[in-house]
Design a protein around this ligand. Structure first.
Ligand code: CA
Length: 230
């Protein structure tokens, strides 16, 4: 079976031992984790970051989980799935959790495998288009199979150039800056800036070189975007 797409996960949890085991496990499954130990820091990270999902403890120092949830719903400005983690499992807490905008709910103690399944399900639910091909002009990308073809010819793309192409196609016709690309692909641990340039070069070789008209456009000092040649 194919692995689920890698998710950028924000974990907001003040129990250090539990947090460490969640981080170890989910990173071992290919997801990327950011971590906050209190509600205020969690809210700031969630509002600033490009996370696919937030795992939010209910009882947190500085800002309660329900309040973090409410403020995220009011201010995130985009669909952001929230999975509440809590030691309390009363019906009242579930209702208030969903009322504050949580999408799912997991009661402690839980199995890490169960947490993984819920994360993957929420990730899929909020990225439903991943199952369908993404089309830009004569370019067709299958994000599930991680293949791309232009004018019916399969493009030979390694992992990172493929991810760059997907980011550009999802943003089409908008421009993506190099720092947005770097953030999307490597999170807050980017390699040297040369690495991004090399991957972009490789993408250009695969996407444009065999074809007469280029699709990948560089806007100097701004970023990159795809264009459909006319
Ligand atoms: Ca707690």
């Amino acid at each position: 079976m194919k692995a689920a797409a890698s998710l950028r996960v924000l974990l907001v949890e003040d129990e250090a031992e539990l947090a460490a085991s969640i981080i170890d496990f989910l990173e071992g499954e290919g997801h990327r984790l950011d971590y906050a130990a209190d509600g205020r820091q969690g809210l700031d990270l969630a509002l600033a970051g490009a996370h696919d999902i937030v795992l939010l403890d209910l009882r947190l120092p500085r800002l309660d989980g329900l309040e973090v949830c409410r403020q995220l719903r009011a201010n995130a400005g985009r669909p952001l799935p929230i999975l509440m983690l809590t030691a309390r499992d009363t019906l009242g807490d579930k209702i208030s959790g969903f009322g504050a905008g949580a999408d799912d709910y997991l009661t402690k103690p839980f199995a890490l495998e169960e947490l993984l399944l819920r994360c993957n399900a929420l990730g899929r639910r909020f990225r439903p288009d991943d199952a369908r091909p993404l089309t830009v002009g004569e370019l067709v990308i299958d994000r599930g199979r991680r293949t791309a073809a232009r004018a019916g010819r399969t493009l030979a793309l390694h992992h990172t150039p493929f991810d760059i192409l997907v980011a550009l196609a999802e943003a089409y016709p908008a421009v993506i800056t190099r720092s947005e690309l770097s953030d999307r692909i490597w999170g807050d641990e980017p390699p040297s800036s040369d690495a991004l340039a090399t991957h972009i070069y490789n993408l250009r070789q695969a996407l444009d070189r065999p074809f007469g008209k280029p699709m990948l456009k560089t806007l100097h000092g701004v970023g990159l975007r795809l264009e459909v040649p006319t």
